[in-house]
Ligand binder design. Structure first.
Ligand SMILES: CC(C)(COP(=O)(O)OP(=O)(O)OC[C@H]1O[C@@H](n2cnc3c(N)ncnc32)[C@H](O)[C@@H]1OP(=O)(O)O)[C@@H](O)C(=O)NCCC(=O)NCCS
Length: 200
């Protein structure tokens, strides 16, 4: 069991610098800051979440530039360790993004975010979750397969930076007993691996 505790909560604009730090570490073409701001403030169909550590050292303000000519310039805490987003459009919940800080991977936080998005999708009466993932991204595909997503086709040359194809993946019917069992088993497994709560 990992010592740190984690909270999942809605993403806030004040957290965007932290989100973008993780995004730059994870994706070749990060979204512009304004895209996130628009999603959070204007898109009623969008639900963006962060997972953050509650460990005290992460709450302390960080110096923005160690050798800065503004020695007292500080940014906020550095506690966000992962984030995700889902758009709920009628019966479909489309996962737009998910990423975990490279220093916090393989703890179960990716699963935690998937489960919370599935709960949101269910509440909004969506019947399935979908997403696109790079053909070469086997780690992310393994995460989705663990939650019952299966292949739903290919979008050729989908990614603008290198024109890699995207694999479309679809969850099982969210209301099916199989999916509910997967969620419950996933939560139980996670409770053995990490301490976490939600503020959703
Ligand atoms: C994909 C990603 C979000 C997974 O986050 P994570 O917190 O490390 O994932 P978890 O610890 O919850 O892993 C869940 C399951 O996914 C699979 N998985 C995750 N990372 C894996 C890896 N490096 N190798 C093999 N399987 C992996 C495993 O089945 C794992 O279950 P297990 O730990 O019981 O074996 C993370 O690797 C990441 O941020 N990648 C970069 C961004 C990205 O590719 N996002 C997806 C865009 S579509």
């Amino acid at each position: 069991m990992v010592e740190e505790e984690f909270v999942v909560e809605p993403m806030r604009v004040e957290q965007l610098d932290q989100v973008r730090r993780i995004e730059r570490a994870c994706f070749p073409t990060p979204w512009p800051r304004n895209a996130y701001r628009r999603e959070i403030e204007k898109n009623e169909r969008a639900h963006y979440l962060v997972v953050r550590t509650t460990s005290e050292s992460a709450q302390e303000p960080q110096r923005q530039f160690p050798l800065s000519i503004f020695p007292f310039g500080r940014s906020g805490p550095r506690d966000v360790v992962g984030y995700c987003g889902v758009w709920v459009m009628l019966d479909e919940a489309h996962i737009t993004t998910i990423a975990v800080d490279p220093d916090y991977r393989r703890l179960g936080l990716g699963q935690l975010l998937i489960i919370q998005m599935a709960r949101i999708a269910l509440q909004a009466r969506a019947t399935r979750m979908t997403l696109e993932v790079r053909m070469s991204n086997e780690h992310a595909q393994a995460l989705y397969r663990k939650y019952g997503f299966s292949d739903g086709g290919v979008r050729p040359r989908y990614y603008s930076d290198d024109f890699e194809d995207a694999l479309i993946m679809r969850s099982e019917e969210l209301k099916s007993p199989g999916f509910a069992e997967r969620m419950d088993a996933g939560e139980e497994e996670l409770r053995r691996r990490v301490r976490w709560t939600t503020r959703l």
